[in-house]
Design a protein around this ligand. Structure first.
Ligand code: GTP
Ligand code: MG
Length: 184
């Protein structure tokens, strides 16, 4: 007789959520994991954790361990410790402003210099242009700008997202999961 269980696969993926202060990292995770949104801002201190279990397909179960890293940690000395053994990253900015986008490259450099896949390649990273429910800053009105940015800076792709209005949250996570699955 056939043993179906032997065909099923389970994974545990450590995923980093990084980007500058108040770009919506905690809100993204809260929406994705708990289906909630809070307009009140409370800065993350250090790092928070969340677990999301995804039945990717009938035979693939994925546990995502989401590391919600405080924006202020870019200026700290702990990111190397936080990044250890991560296999994917979401790098967030606020698409309604220009400022947090300038930090995206710095976060990506910090990431790539401190963690790689076991084979030495960069870990897959998706660019998250959050708060798309608000009017976009003019820099981001032409989508080819972010396409080119991703191409030139080693991102596997990007989405306009809204944690507030639940736009492209699942899509962003699925893109990252599929890229990670392609590397393990
Ligand atoms: P740090 O923990 O300080 O690094 O910030 P963070 O990136 O975790 O940001 P957080 O999720 O706390 O959100 C910051 C503020 O932006 C809060 O007031 C949120 O309610 C708001 N916010 C987050 N996502 C969205 C969104 O998609 N749309 C709008 N309009 N506001 C958002
Ligand atoms: Mg936070």
């Amino acid at each position: 007789s056939q043993n179906c269980e032997s065909e099923s696969k389970e994974y545990l993926f450590k995923i980093l959520v990084i980007g500058d202060l108040a770009t919506g990292k905690t809100s993204f995770i809260r929406r994705y994991v708990h289906h909630l949104f809070n307009s009140h801002y409370r800065a993350t201190i250090g790092v928070d954790f969340a677990l999301k279990v995804v039945q990717w397909d009938p035979s693939t179960l994925i546990r995502l361990q989401l590391w919600d890293i405080a924006g202020q940690e870019r200026f700290g000395s702990m990111t190397r410790v936080y990044y250890k053994d991560a296999v994917g990253a979401l790098i967030c900015f606020d698409a309604s402003k220009s400022q947090s986008f300038e930090a995206v490259k710095k976060w990506k450099e910090d990431l790539d210099t401190k963690v790689t896949m076991p084979d030495g390649s960069p870990i897959p990273a998706v660019l998250v242009a959050n708060k798309c429910d608000l009017p976009k800053h003019e820099n981001f009105s032409d989508p080819s700008f972010l396409d080119d940015f991703c191409q030139n800076n080693g991102f596997v792709g990007w989405y306009f997202t809204s944690a507030k209005d639940n736009i492209n949250i699942e899509e962003t996570a699925s893109l990252l999961i599929s890229e990670v699955l392609g590397k393990v």
